[in-house]
Design a protein around this ligand. Structure first.
Ligand SMILES: Nc1nc2c(ncn2[C@@H]2O[C@H](COP(=O)(O)OP(=O)(O)O)[C@@H](O)[C@H]2O)c(=O)[nH]1
Ligand SMILES: [Mg+2]
Length: 452
């Protein structure tokens, strides 16, 4: 583990040609070190100072210092932040001076790691900071902000309290078997209390799994016959000319991919070769891939044109979609009359109209969001996790709870049940970081940016 007794320094902004750079120092020696560079010293108080910075007697820069005194700082240690002029050389020179005077370069995420180790934030808050910084869409951003500030973390604390209550009730029955009828200790009462916790855990898991999919990107295949406008649709969605579009059938022979971030959802789009009977070997291989993409996709955009919706080739594609989440996209819809559109709406579920050539794709975007966004995600009133590690802790909790419930119902000895419940309790502690393995903690914070 990193030595946490040393004072550390790092740039918190990119080192580049820019107006202002921010450098952060944290640790016991922060004030001593900065004062070695100042003629006019600063005192160990929370304050903002305008100062000239010197290397021995040579003027280095004029800077603004913001000082925080332990434990009232982000890291819980003495912190001095230096807003200096933002040249690459200037920023590096000041950091080197600070290192020469007793600090060491911080590792990635080390400020946040210290905040965690000094109990300024729990692990959900720490992960929230990272989620916020790396957010690709509004949903991820909102979850990041909430988790960073700990808005909904109380729910885990409540779960822990309720679980502990059950564990102690069971412990009483083990220690004092004669007091079987102590209130709350009967099997039905324990089962019901455990079920309540289990319901909460399942809800958390469901929301979180939905959210992590939406934030990481849904694998979305654009499929259909040749020349219906699949590549044009990809380009319209990406807002760039990524795939080649021509009126020649069989233009797209291999898959083309791209990512888009909608408000609550990111999509990993895959444009595929148009499906038709062909003797061209390369095109056939592409078509084989298209079918494979249908299988692998989490969402299929099945693109058709009105005149051929129900021909044999499209029927073949329809058949592959029976167990799939798909949207029937009627492209080139600017050529359709209102009556024709209405007829299609009557005939098919999940139909939307687009005109890729006119960038008219809003109906499709709305439909995609509607399919994937549930109120649970947008309501913003409960904890949502979007890290695989965190979600796997909750899965462990769920597994232990369900095993205990089954054991109670099957009439197994109650002390066996308590072993699983203890483990569930431990996993909840690991989730918020009240119990941790140093190596795991090092790994978590390594994902962070330098200076955070
Ligand atoms: N009228 C009309 N033509 C379109 C539309 N979208 C694409 N096209 C045209 O249809 C042809 C085939 O488009 P392309 O995107 O290559 O189709 P793909 O084979 O399904 O990928 C091209 O000439 C496009 O300009 C649309 O919305 N309306
Ligand atoms: Mg194409």
């Amino acid at each position: 583990m990193n030595n946490i007794n040393q004072t550390i320094v790092a740039p918190t902004t990119n080192i580049s040609t820019q107006a202002i750079s921010l450098i952060r120092i944290s640790g016991d020696d922060s004030f001593n070190i900065i004062n070695k560079l100042l003629n006019l010293k600063i005192t160990e108080t929370k304050n903002v100072w305008v100062r000239k910075l010197f290397d021995k007697n040579e003027l280095v820069d004029e800077v603004v210092l913001t000082s925080f005194v332990a434990p009232a700082s982000f890291t819980g240690e003495n912190v001095v932040e230096i807003a200096c002029h933002g040249g690459i050389l200037n920023t590096q020179r000041i950091i080197n001076l600070i290192i020469k005077n007793g600090a060491r370069m911080a590792n990635k995420g080390e400020f946040s790691q210290r905040a965690f180790l000094n109990n300024k934030i729990d692990l959900i808050q720490a992960e929230g900071i990272n989620d916020l910084i790396f957010a690709k869409n509004e949903l991820a951003l909102k979850i990041g902000v909430n988790n960073m500030s700990g808005t909904h973390n109380q729910s885990i604390i409540n779960l822990k309290a309720n679980l502990l209550d059950i564990i102690s009730r069971i412990q009483v029955s083990i220690d004092y078997p004669d007091y079987e009828d102590v209130e709350g200790n009967s099997i039905p009462e324990l089962t019901s209390a455990l079920s309540d916790i289990n319901v909460e855990v399942n809800k958390l898991l469901k929301r979180s799994k939905m959210a992590i999919k939406n934030t990481n990107g849904i694998k979305t295949a654009i499929v259909g016959k040749t020349n219906v406008g699949k590549s044009s649709l990809l380009n319209a969605l990406l807002n760039e000319d990524k795939a080649i579009v021509t009126d020649i059938h069989g233009t797209t022979r291999d898959i083309v991919t791209g990512e888009i971030n909608l408000e609550h959802i990111s999509l990993n789009l895959i444009d595929t070769a148009g499906i038709r009977n062909t003797s061209d070997v390369v095109e056939s291989l592409g078509i084989e891939k298209s079918f494979k993409m249908i299988e692998e996709a989490e969402l299929v955009l099945f693109v058709v044109n009105n005149e051929s919706i129900e021909d044999n080739e499209n029927k073949n594609i329809f058949n592959k979609l029976t167990d799939k989440k798909f949207i029937l996209v009627v492209n080139k819809s600017e050529l359709l009359s209102d009556d024709e559109k209405q007829q299609l709406l009557n005939q098919f579920n999940n139909v939307v109209f687009t005109s890729a050539i006119n960038q008219d794709i809003n109906a499709l975007i709305n439909k995609i969001e509607k399919i994937h966004i549930s109120e649970e995600l947008t309501k913003n009133d409960s904890l949502i996790l979007i890290n695989i590690e965190q979600i796997s802790f909750v899965e462990q909790v769920k597994e232990r709870l369900e095993r205990s419930l089954n054991a109670i119902i099957a009439g197994m000895p109650i002390d066996i049940v308590n072993v699983d419940l203890h483990e569930a309790w431990n996993y909840l502690n690991e989730l918020i970081g009240e119990q941790y393995d140093e190596e795991i903690i090092d790994n978590i914070f390594k994902k962070y940016c330098l200076g955070k």
